[in-house]
Design a binder for this molecule. Sequence first.
Ligand SMILES: C[S@@+](CC[C@H](N)C(=O)[O-])C[C@H]1O[C@@H](n2cnc3c(N)ncnc32)[C@H](O)[C@@H]1O
Length: 232
Amino acid sequence: MAIKQNESALMQSKKTYWLPNIPHFLAKQACHPKGLFGRLFGKAMNKMNKESNQWVLTMLNLNTNDKVLEVGYGPGDGINRLSQIVTDGFIAGIDYSETMYHSAKSKNKQAIERGLVELSVGDAEKLPYESNFFDSMFCVHVLYFWQDPISVLKELIRTLKPAGKIALFIGDKEEMSGIKLTQTGVYNLYTLEEIVELLEESGFINVHYFQKCMSTGPLSQGICIVGEKAPC
Ligand SMILES: C[S@@+](CC[C@H](N)C(=O)[O-])C[C@H]1O[C@@H](n2cnc3c(N)ncnc32)[C@H](O)[C@@H]1O
């Protein structure tokens, strides 16, 4: 009887050992999509985040000839929408996922071919652009993954022109906390006050935020924080 119990305990522990930690796996994919699963995850993100991408772009008062950067372009829906607004300017995107680079490249093939869009693989903490280059920049569901957000934000403000704008989309901390993925140690969730503070500490001014009821995607509420670089 005792042996049987031990056997069953052993099998139980083997089962636990082999079961993948699904929320952790998904969180890692959101943070850095990789491989075939990353590509499929990207397809889902294109659908889930289209409303956020669309909304965030309305915050930037874009002109057709602006130079705009997207940080963490993922599968490329934001870049694609942007290329329909900024038709005669320059659109850059940076993402450290090779898998997302290939997905975003195929989604934006024509705009890349005509030189409107330039996608790079790299870390937002070290941008391959000169100082005071971009009119605007944005990112959607990316801030959670920065280990040192101040250092990334300082790098972003470096490449922004004086009086240029940044718009960051995030989910509400309380709502996000209810999603298992965010409780895996991969996500850093922030309150609105904390993000405003991060932006101000990095040198942004006129930092303010907007909230929106979302009709598609996993969140009922979206938040967009907007800040500016001081005019010279
Ligand atoms: C959750 S996805 C969001 C993708 C896209 N913005 C969207 O809304 O569909 C986060 C993306 O940010 C990228 N990313 C996260 N931190 C980054 C960093 N420090 N530098 C470059 N890319 C980063 C990841 O590779 C991933 O593609």
